[in-house]
Design a protein around this ligand. Structure first.
Ligand code: PMP
Length: 350
């Protein structure tokens, strides 16, 4: 027997490309605008000698600011190094049963990777043909439930009532709602956490707060859920979030007006983009996120993807069943989108 027989083997998640060249980057749902000016000031005035010390292990500078913004108590907030870290920690903490966890067949492609790495059994549930979730699929015995709202990469938003219906039917497991894109016009199900001890709501600073590079995500839920997550986190690595990130995050969340303006700009560019895409013959669901999941009808999606890349415009494409005819296009600035539409016109009519 060789040592490799006992290695924990897993097929890793493949993130979108981060090209070194200057390109129009519409492939990983980043925000085209910079973080708030308040964050700039924090970095300019940061006292380097503060790096000598370990950061607060409970990241209370940041959990306090998030709690204040969402009218919760600090003990109801868990922060992590991006929501990927938060969700991974939540899988490890709560998905600990022999029964399969449920998530949609078309969804964030990290869920099955975490399930595999932690040896969690899972069952995927097909989306309806219009890409909505069928709540009846989420009623059988399960070891937990997770889906994004709006879903990714479809952009389809589900109602708070529908989520409540699922949470109510599953008192025996933890239900996680991944709200990475909720700020772009959706209604959060946060209001349900006081009513349901088993509901965990996860959000991120990577999209609506323009801080993907800083890596901040957070979960909100009952004090009990958060305590269980902290127990696991403190059994692995206490100091995951560095001091500068904690104070920048706290500032970003206080800069509410900047946040609202940025989000409003992206929503208005998205709605304008829907009109242009329709004119170019694309079909798409009514996205409520900062991306549009669109199917070109004149040329194959894979061809359009490659042609855009030649023109230094990056979007996301998956050669996978059901979604292989679609492109996921992140909403950039108006200027970036205008270049995209002009190139798309050339590709489609060329
Ligand atoms: N959830 C969903 C649905 C996402 O699309 C992403 C972004 N890739 C994440 C979570 C993770 O984002 P982050 O780790 O940057 O917070």
């Amino acid at each position: 027997m060789g040592w490799e027989d006992n290695v924990r083997k897993v097929i890793p998640y493949v993130p979108g490309e981060q090209p070194k060249d200057k390109v129009i980057k519409l492939n990983t749902n980043e925000n085209p605008y910079p973080p708030s000016p308040g964050v700039r000031d924090i970095i300019d005035n940061f006292n380097i000698s503060d790096m000598r010390l370990y950061p607060p292990p409970d990241a209370d500078i940041l959990t306090g600011a998030v709690a204040e913004r969402y009218n919760l108590e600090k003990e109801q907030i868990f922060v992590g190094v991006g929501s990927d870290d938060v969700i991974s920690m939540a899988f490890l903490t709560f998905f600990n049963s022999d029964k399969p966890i449920f998530f949609p067949d078309i969804t964030y492609s990290f869920y099955d990777v975490w399930a595999d790495v932690y040896r969690i059994p899972y069952e995927t549930k097909p989306l309806n043909p219009d890409f909505t979730i069928n709540p009846d699929d989420y009623r059988g015995e399960n070891g937990g439930i997770i889906f994004p709202n709006p879903n990714a990469p479809t952009g389809v938003l589900e109602s708070v009532d529908m989520i409540e219906d699922i949470v109510k039917s599953n008192p025996g497991s933890v239900v996680m709602i991944d709200e990475a894109y909720i700020d772009f016009g959706g209604k959060s199900c946060l209001e349900l956490i006081d009513k349901y001890e088993n509901l965990l709501v996860i959000q991120t600073f990577s999209k609506s707060r323009s801080m993907a590079g800083m890596r901040i995500g957070f979960a909100m839920g009952s004090k009990k859920l958060i305590k269980y997550m902290n127990d696991v986190k403190f059994s692995i690595n206490s100091y995951t979030m560095n001091i500068l990130t904690q104070i920048c995050g706290a500032q970003a969340i206080r800069d509410e007006e900047y946040f609202r303006n940025t989000v409003d700009k992206i929503i208005s560019t998205r709605e304008r983009s829907k009109i242009r895409l329709r004119e170019l013959g694309f079909e798409f669901t009514d996205s409520m996120s900062n991306f549009i999941f669109a199917k070109p009808t004149e040329k194959p999606a894979a061809f359009v993807f490659e042609e855009l890349k030649k023109r230094k415009i990056f979007v996301r494409y998956w050669n996978k069943p059901i979604i292989k005819d679609y492109l996921r296009i992140t909403v950039g600035t108006d200027e970036e989108m205008d270049i995209l539409f002009s190139e798309l016109g050339a590709i489609i009519n060329g």
